[in-house]
Write a protein that binds this ligand. Structure first.
Ligand code: MN3
Length: 238
């Protein structure tokens, strides 16, 4: 029995369904050019840092389970769902942009694959990065200050009931905060508020429960210490 199985048996989290992969959801113009043409079969991207590299904000075991089990399940289920359908010929972004016409299993797993691929880049080891000047200027213009942005973003992350994501998006010349349920994202034609994702936070319990249990606020605050502003800034283009 490895450490993870031991933990699951001991604390019964697997039985409680916390680790069950869930079926469920997005695209951005700046994000990973190679992803724009990624077609089935989709694959699990490697992380560019160790699972323990985000401690103490996010613990290594949570990162490992999140990447190798949850994200992998989205990829595997998406591949199965598109097999021998018209969706198989489309890129992930094309799928998300037309997802209103797709079965729920493609919406959920396509979103799950995109969202996590994006999230792994939004976060990273502390590297002293800061928002670029152009992004910082836009933040000040639209929110007054980065502290205000943080307050508004945290509100969205805290008020998302159940599982979902908080987002900073760029839309119609303005930065805006939004949130989505399940694995939906702002690239989907089906969501209420669409836009280009700039920053995202996974607020599913599987993203924080091992370390933070019900204290989502502590996780949301810790998130701000591990943002890779170099990547986030690269997503903002006017
Ligand atoms: Mn997740």
């Amino acid at each position: 029995m490895n450490r993870l199985e031991f933990l699951q048996k001991t604390i019964g989290l697997a039985g409680a369904g916390l680790f069950l992969p869930t079926i469920m959801n997005a695209s951005s113009k700046g994000f990973l050019d190679e992803k724009l043409v990624e077609k089935a079969p989709f694959s699990l991207p490697s992380l560019t840092y160790d699972y323990k590299a985000l401690e103490p904000a996010i613990d290594a075991l949570t990162m490992e389970i999140h990447h190798t089990r949850h994200h992998k399940a989205y990829v595997d289920n998406l591949n199965k769902a598109v097999q021998q359908t018209d969706w198989e010929q489309k890129s992930l972004e094309e799928i998300l942009g037309a997802v209103s016409k797709a079965p729920a299993i493609i919406r959920n797993n396509g979103g799950g694959h995109w969202n996590h691929s994006f999230f792994w880049k939004v976060i990273g080891p502390v590297n002293g990065s800061k928002p670029s000047k152009v992004l910082n200027d836009q933040i000040v213009k639209d929110f007054g200050s980065i502290d205000n942005l943080k307050i508004e973003f945290n509100k969205a992350a805290m008020s998302r009931f159940g599982s979902g994501w908080a987002w900073l998006i760029y839309k119609d010349g303005k930065l805006q905060i939004t949130s989505t349920a399940n694995q939906d994202n702002p690239l989907m034609d089906i969501v209420e508020v669409k836009g280009t994702p700039i920053l995202a936070l996974d607020v599913w319990e599987h993203a924080y429960y091992l370390k933070y249990q019900n204290k989502r606020a502590d996780y949301v605050n810790a998130f701000w210490t591990i943002i890779n502003w170099d990547f986030v800034s690269s997503q903002f283009t006017k």
